[in-house]
Ligand binder design. Sequence first.
Ligand code: ARG
Length: 473
Amino acid sequence: MPERGAPRRTGAGAKLWAGRFLEPTNPLVDAYTSSLDVDRRMAAEDVRGSIAHARMLAKQGIIPNEDAEKIIEGLTQVAREIETGTFEMDERLEDVHMNVEARLAQLIGPEAAGRLHTARSRNDQVVTDLRLWLKTAIAETIAALHDLERALVEVATENRRVVMPGYTHLQRAQPVLLAHHLLAYFEMFERDIGRFADCYARTDVMGLGSGALAGVPYPIDREMVAQELEFSALSANSIDAVSDRDFVAEYLAAAAIAMMHLSRLAEEVVLWSTTEFGYVELPDAFSTGSSIMPQKKNPDVAELARGKTGRVYGALVSLLTTMKGLPLAYNRDMQEDKAPLFEAYDTLTSSLEVMSELMVNLRFRPLRMRRGSEGYLLATDIADYLTRKGMPFREAHNIVGRLVAYAEDEGRDLSRISLEEYRRFSPLFEADVLEIDVWTSVRSRDVIGGTAPRRVSAALRRARAILRRREEA
Ligand code: ARG
């Protein structure tokens, strides 16, 4: 064991922070504290951040130009190795940051490499890497939501003349257009995109320059680094900068809500594909069979999209719980922020992607949907008919309620009730009551946001314009 004051081991394998340590770390501790398996995913961001940092250090005269050049050359080589998958990381080196720096030292020697970490701490480094990573991830999440929206608009457009029963309490309620129903999801995913865009703005803030927590005692140029890394803003408080993970929480919250929406869509696909509903037929390529029941075709993709929602909710709760009650500033607990973030991102984007494909490949069965929308679903329309003739709606509701009970007793659909029978319930009924059908019903919902075909066509035009605008941006 080396004595205090003795020269230290500095070769490969020595920890970069081992200066004050006399004993090596217990292997259990190495394994337990390592985050490499998770944060290796940010290797490219780590290199990018370091290059910008080194360039600034040289420009400010904080490190010699020649060293900065070597550092940048070395890091560029590391970036190539990352890209080609040849960058070999060492588990004992704790995390991706240490690995990049150690590799840099191998490439350019410890002297120049040792200057890179001037005016920086892993605390402001890790948050910068994570923000860089998340900015790209948010853009990709928005793109995946956008693609699903486009799939929904496509399916809605192809089926714009299909009527289906709208439901409340999962009971048939009123006829609606299938396109109207699908566009409801368009609205949800639009709000999701809005949430991710908001989250992007708060992620787009650079913490580098905060040091460990107090700022750094060098004349750094934070603006220069932010510009190079394409951050729109600088963190305003160094303590907050290294301890803030709100942007992760926001991403996870937005992801949880988006998965909640997706799970509702998935649930409808599951329901609609049952024999009981029979509204859609699943494409073979998106279903699986049963190992025992030869007749089965299971909606596994939709079920898994529904089921994986649990992981994303779990990720949100995991992060919030990790952050809860942490004193300022950085605490090692915060290393646990990345696993849930990556998992939520992977789950959400893969679920969005496969559900988009599933939606455009569903075969709808318009006749089944149409048949499901007839009959008692027109009861509200009949009550509205009486109301238009001057009867208070409450009274009309009551009369039509009795009419429905009568038709049910007779085992007949409302369309099989004669005018003479109608008139037994109210003298206000005239021959035109027999004209009420699913089409008069949907056409009459001619209000902003209603299911009338012309309103739905307008909604489709609006949706396409939103998609187009985003694609052009
Ligand atoms: N691996 C660490 C993390 O992800 C990097 C920051 C470590 N900072 C420290 N002071 N130990 O949080």
